[in-house]
Write a new protein. Structure first.
Length: 230
């Protein structure tokens, strides 16, 4: 009997994970098929997909597999040597890092302090006022942010269309406005209050509420929501 390993290329075309991924996208592949692409080949007794299925079954789930060391993988899984175990560990670690990046990129704005902490460094040293919008989903997780205007709100009137167009494009459930006061004093001006009311009314009409308007000063901030003005 030949000892040559079966490769993914020897599988029928419609069963090859790489071809399925290329033509239909990675979401169509099962965990085992994705794992098989990382393994690259099977053993003389099983294809890469069958090997991946066995590994997942023996490990229990991806979380358990991810927690295993290289030596544990080589000891537990037939056909997995140090090189393959290292490939698996590297792929699982990349997945973990990607998930962490997503979580960091989509912070949950549970209160004004969280919003302030996320944005305040972006306004440090700015000599002009900048108005930004943060678009959030139903869970108050940020899904988009964008600068809307630069200059004082009094000198550069902001139209609701400019603000809510960002929210509509990103299918937002709500918005938070932020701008800075270069003077360092976050107390709202009459124009700040006027813009806030204008955006509140527009948000009601569009079904995309203004959740807060935060003014960032020098080490402090003012929240219209916290002050009961929204």
């Amino acid at each position: 009997m030949s000892s040559r390993k079966l490769t993914i290329k020897e599988l029928p075309r419609d069963e090859r994970p790489r071809e399925k991924l290329a033509h239909g996208g990675e979401s169509r592949l099962s965990d085992a098929e994705l794992l098989a692409i990382i393994l690259g080949s099977g053993t003389k007794r099983e294809t890469a997909v069958q090997m991946a299925q066995r590994i997942l079954k023996e490990a229990g789930n991806l979380k358990a597999l991810s927690s295993m060391s290289v030596s544990e993988m080589t000891a537990q899984f037939h056909g997995v040597g140090p090189a393959r175990a290292a490939q698996l560990k590297a792929a699982l670690e990349l997945s973990r890092r990607y998930s962490r990046e997503l979580a960091e990129a989509k912070p949950r704005f549970s209160n004004s302090r969280v919003v302030y902490m996320h944005f305040h460094e972006s306004f440090l040293g700015k000599q002009q006022e900048e108005l930004w919008i943060a678009v959030v989903d139903m869970k108050n997780q940020m899904i988009a942010k964008q600068e809307i205007s630069r200059g004082t709100l009094n000198g550069s009137p902001v139209h609701p269309r400019e603000v809510f167009n960002v929210a509509i494009r990103n299918s937002g459930a709500g918005i938070i406005l932020l701008h800075n006061h270069p003077s360092g004093d976050p107390a709202p001006s009459p124009e700040d209050r006027k813009v806030t009311i204008q955006m509140m009314e527009a948000g009601k009409l569009l079904g995309i509420p203004l959740l807060d308007h935060i003014i960032i000063g020098n080490g402090s901030y003012f929240s219209f929501k916290d002050q009961g003005l929204i």
